[in-house]
Write a protein that binds this ligand. Structure first.
Ligand code: BES
Ligand code: ZN
Length: 648
């Protein structure tokens, strides 16, 4: 399948007189002069785009006019106020004009109050005219600033309590129960809810920040955290390397630091610190081993921040400081692939970045592939094979439910909310594709390629087409007998899996299959299965491989033999609770309730709420959700209310 790349000038925009030049890359453009007409255009733009070909490199999720201006540096000066749940202060932007059109600067915002915009170029500050465009449900509100030739501007603003990228936690929602906590989560398009900026992964910036907090709390950022920092209520940060906007991150709480190695450590609430440092003690080794294969770690320190359980993801690769859910502190290092994954993003994602959310597979597919490799280096072959096989199963089960259009790695997200379209496809299909390449040309050769790919595109944001052009002149040219551009395009632009795509094998799981099938066929006693060496991987595979329906007797037998309703490992608990819901196994429902009200990780919430709904338990699901949602992150609230209240 060929992707047609042609320039699209939206008819709707032209009709209302909004310029569209060969260079124009903005999906919906507003101008100060003609704001109303442009608002109208923005509304109709989504519909018009549906029919047009996708333009590579266009960020359909940003209003910023990046073809006219590039923000180079952002200096933040912010107060964190827990009483009114607001971050307020100033963002000072250094701006490069790319042409002399003198157009207004368009920035992304969402639920921000903009109080003033000043130009700082001259000896005196000059108030600049600015204008808010029409709010779009997915994209937020464009802020248009008449720059009047200014290259340094200061925006005074404050965030709303419901800012989509910020979660404010009460003391009760933390481990210590004494202090409030705040964290931001900018990926994919939520940085705009706490900083007015060009919110696009192709707009790379350096940043600095002064953050003021209550005196007894520590602030940390995706920047140069100093492990020796004392709590005093005012903190300075520098991020001297160019990062995309979605990697700006801040957290504030009763945090302490513990070193794990020379370059690695953990920030966590005091009561979690020891357990976290123990669980993740292999982080330093992961860092060292990854460098050996993929080139130097270029970000100075690599620390982890352990969030309270409402963190909506497993992890987030904020540079120098990955944000991590506490739900992976299992006590046996069984879920440390998450750390390998966030660390791997220091190469695939943070160093070489997807240019738009359509290109997410370049971040997540490469990272998932690297994750498996790191797991093999640290924990050996069995673990490597199990991690890969579980990923493959996740992909298969996602694809059983997804429409064809969502099975395409370079997914068309125009007019869609990236949060709502999240799936395993960019992760696991992307990783499987790289696994095929590795198998085809040999591991050493493929590692060499990856290493030079990271070097070649270091600190750049690239599109799927940039990647294709690069492999054409490197890998494909080098191995013309083994590789073809057609095959690359099939993987990237076709739904589903190719008939001869690799299928990862795990001998450990073959053994699990044998026992599960034996039991289902009545040939194997549960008590006779040797589970003494099973880790959460075998358990997850054992449970996920159960048939759609089990009888009450079968459910009770499993629970009786293995005490699954009380499983402490969250991955295992989740797999079991999915069976509980699908089979209406009453003794497990109290645990469904306690699980959903104590964890905010959306990967667990979404399938459970969906299963409840699909199994005639919508009322119960709504009850639990309404009880739990005060504790959920705005993203988890949004995604799960769309499941439970689709009409709203
Ligand atoms: N960068 C992602 C999280 C993300 C992706 C946030 C897209 C918003 C939009 C992070 O690195 C990630 O993939 N987390 C996974 C880790 C897992 C695959 C090991 C998660 O949170 O479950
Ligand atoms: Zn990731």
């Amino acid at each position: 399948m060929q992707l047609t790349l042609r320039h699209t000038c939206l008819a709707a925009l032209v009709a209302v007189g909004v310029g569209c030049t060969e260079k124009d890359q903005t999906p919906a453009t507003v101008t100060v002069e003609d704001n109303q007409a442009a608002e109208q255009a923005a509304t109709t733009a989504t519909a018009a785009m549906e029919e047009k070909a996708i333009e590579s490199g266009v960020d359909y999720h940003s209003y910023a006019n990046m073809q006219d201006y590039r923000v180079q540096h952002i200096a933040l000066d912010l107060d964190v106020n827990f009483d009114n749940k607001s971050i307020s202060g100033t963002a000072t932007l250094d701006i490069d004009a790319l042409n002399d059109s003198g157009k207004p600067l368009l920035l992304d915002t969402r639920a921000l109050s903009i109080n003033a915009v000043d130009g700082l170029d001259g000896p005196q500050t000059a108030a600049l005219k600015f204008n808010m465009g029409k709010k779009d449900d997915h994209l937020g509100t464009p802020l248009s600033i008449d720059l009047a030739g200014q290259k340094k501007i200061r925006i005074s603003y404050s965030t709303a309590p419901e800012a989509s990228g910020v979660q404010w936690l009460t003391p009760e929602q933390t481990a210590g129960k004494k202090h409030p906590f705040l964290f931001t989560q900018a990926q994919a398009i939520h940085a705009r809810s706490f900083v007015p900026l060009q919110d696009s992964p192709k707009a790379r910036i350096t940043y600095s920040a002064t953050i003021r907090t209550p005196k007894d709390l520590l602030a940390v950022m995706s920047a140069n955290n100093d492990p020796k920092t004392e709590k005093d209520g005012e903190y300075q940060f520098e991020m001297p390397q160019k990062v995309p906007s979605y990697l700006i991150a801040l957290a504030v709480g009763d945090l302490e630091f513990k070193a794990m190695g020379e370059r690695t450590g953990v920030y966590a609430e005091p009561s979690v610190l020891e357990a976290a440092a123990k669980e993740f003690e292999d982080t330093e080794a992961m860092l060292i081993e990854t460098e050996k294969v993929y080139g130097p770690y270029r970000w100075d320190r690599y620390d982890l921040l352990i969030l309270p359980p409402s963190f909506p993801f497993g992890g987030m690769e904020n540079p120098r400081l990955s944000f991590i859910t506490p739900t992976v502190i299992a006590g046996d290092k069984s879920l440390t692939a998450l750390i390998a994954h966030e660390l791997a993003h220091s190469w695939s994602g943070n160093l070489v970045t997807n240019a738009s959310w359509r290109d997410l597979w370049l971040n997540e597919g490469f990272t998932t592939y690297l994750t498996n490799r790191i797991m093999q280096l640290i924990y050996g072959d069995d673990r490597y094979r199990m991690e890969m096989a579980l990923g493959y199963e996740d992909l298969k089960s996602d694809m059983a439910d997804l429409p064809d259009s969502a099975e395409i790695m370079a997914i068309d997200l125009r007019g869609k909310d990236p949060d709502a379209v999240f799936s395993n496809v960019p992760y696991e299909k992307g990783s499987l594709f790289l696994y095929e390449l590795e198998n085809t040309i040999g591991r050493d050769n493929f590692d060499k390629f990856l290493r030079s790919y990271f070097d070649h595109f270091a600190f750049q944001s690239i599109t799927t087409e940039d990647f294709l052009a690069y492999v054409e002149s490197t890998l494909i040219a080098q191995y013309p007998d083994k590789l073809s551009k057609e095959r690359f395009e099939q993987w990237i632009f076709q739904p589903g899996l190719l008939a001869d795509a690799p299928k990862p094998q795990s001998p450990a799981f073959d053994n699990v299959d044998k026992h599960r099938n034996g039991w289902l066929e009545g040939k194997q006693e549960l008590a006779a299965i040797d589970i003494s060496k099973w880790t959460s991987h075998e358990w997850k595979y054992f449970l996920n491989g159960m048939p759609e329906t089990l009888s009450q007797e079968q459910m009770a037998a499993l629970d009786g033999a293995f005490n699954l309703t009380q499983a402490g490992n969250n991955e295992v608990a989740h797999s079991w609770l999915m069976l509980v819901v699908k089979n209406d196994y009453q003794p497990g429902f109290e645990r469904v309730h306690s699980f959903l009200t104590s964890i905010g990780r959306n990967k667990f919430l979404r399938p459970l709420y969906r299963a409840l709904k699909e199994n005639g338990k919508l009322e119960l699901a709504r009850e639990i959700f309404n009880e739990a949602k005060v504790g959920y992150h705005p993203l988890s609230v949004k995604v799960n209310s769309a499941i439970l209240y689709p009409e709203q």
